[in-house]
Design a protein around this ligand. Structure first.
Ligand SMILES: NC(=O)C1=CN([C@@H]2O[C@H](COP(=O)(O)OP(=O)(O)OC[C@H]3O[C@@H](n4cnc5c(N)ncnc54)[C@H](O)[C@@H]3O)[C@@H](O)[C@H]2O)C=CC1
Ligand SMILES: O=C(O)[C@H]1OC(=O)[C@H](O)[C@@H](O)[C@@H]1O
Length: 274
């Protein structure tokens, strides 16, 4: 039975996957910088700060595969991103390598490519266009994953997750929503599929208005069941409550793009011609 380590176990995604993963991976080790508030008696938890290599090595001991959800999950200061995602991301892959872990599934993000316009359908092989320091850290994590796959033979899958949750929250999320069961499918492909070397998938459900070409995930067996359009009315009602955002509404990364945006606004007109 493979031992699977899940980092970020106390966060939003970790809390949801703690319920969905045990029937598939009964030997599940949870980790986070802080313990889950509702840790069950039959759950195994080891605390670790990702910014500390020795602590990362300790949680990788005896582990076969890692699903790496730990880290700073929104835009932050450079130091926050540096510690948790840049140093933390490097430490996680290095510790996995040192301890002989075979596979890593890395939670990347749509914000690695957030500055692509919404009308532009992109594949997993496009040049990164991060929309903040957080997005840059996800590009970095993907690059570290590629290095450990190519140089050391780790089997690495990066998931550019759109927005995880029980339903899409607004118009943008109708294109990028990821249902929890569909994330489980993507993790299983990363942890089990024999053809994985280094892969980048989009973490999105069966969304009619998707901006992403996710054919490689489908080739490897991904069959998402979440249909964003089933929640269209709710998402559009929520959208109607939001203020227009000329930059955020144009680009895939939404408000992450308009945050701290101070480029020449006339460039938006140029973008519209693209
Ligand atoms: N929720 C979403 O829709 C999306 C999430 N992601 C990525 O998926 C992962 C999980 O996301 P969420 O659960 O929403 O985030 P979250 O913020 O709820 O959970 C992240 C967890 O990482 C832990 N953490 C932070 N710094 C740490 C450190 N130095 N050492 C150890 N643990 C640390 C936090 O304590 C927290 O429990 C993140 O990497 C995020 O960037 C990517 C795209 C979308
Ligand atoms: O773009 C989005 O909607 C999501 O992207 C992310 O990478 C973040 O971790 C999440 O908090 C956002 O909600």
């Amino acid at each position: 039975m493979p031992r699977i380590l899940m980092t970020g176990a106390s966060g939003g995604i970790g809390t949801s996957l703690r319920k969905l993963l045990p029937p598939i991976y009964p030997d599940l080790l949870l980790s986070d910088i802080k313990p889950p508030v509702d840790l069950g008696a039959n759950e195994k938890f080891k605390a670790a700060d990702l910014a500390d290599l020795a602590q990362c090595e300790a949680i990788c001991e005896g582990v076969d595969g890692i699903i790496h959800f730990g880290g700073y999950s929104v835009e932050g200061t450079w130091d926050q991103i540096l510690q948790a995602n840049i140093i933390g991301g490097y430490n996680l892959f290095e510790a996995a390598y040192r301890k002989g872990v075979k596979r890593v599934v890395f939670a990347s993000s749509n914000h690695a490519v957030g500055f692509y316009p919404r009308h532009h359908r992109i594949g997993a092989d496009v040049t990164p266009r991060p929309d903040g320091r957080y997005g840059v850290s996800k590009v970095f994590g993907e690059a570290v994953g590629a290095l450990y796959a190519d140089k050391h033979g780790l089997k690495v899958t990066c998931l550019r997750i759109g927005n995880f949750g029980d339903m899409p929250l607004d118009q943008r999320r109708l294109a990028i929503w990821l249902k929890p069961d569909d994330l489980v499918q993507l993790c299983r492909i990363g942890l089990e599929h024999p053809d994985i070397h280094f892969e980048v998938f989009y973490g999105a459900s069966l969304n009619e208005r998707a901006w992403w070409d996710n054919h490689r995930a489908y080739e490897l067996g991904y069959r998402p069941t979440g249909r964003a359009e089933d929640f269209r009315e709710h998402a559009m009602a929520e959208q109607a409550k939001l203020k227009p955002d000329p930059v955020g509404d144009y680009f895939q990364g939404g408000t992450f793009c308009s945050m701290e945006f101070d480029a020449d606004p006339s460039r938006i007109i140029d973008w519209k011609k693209r």
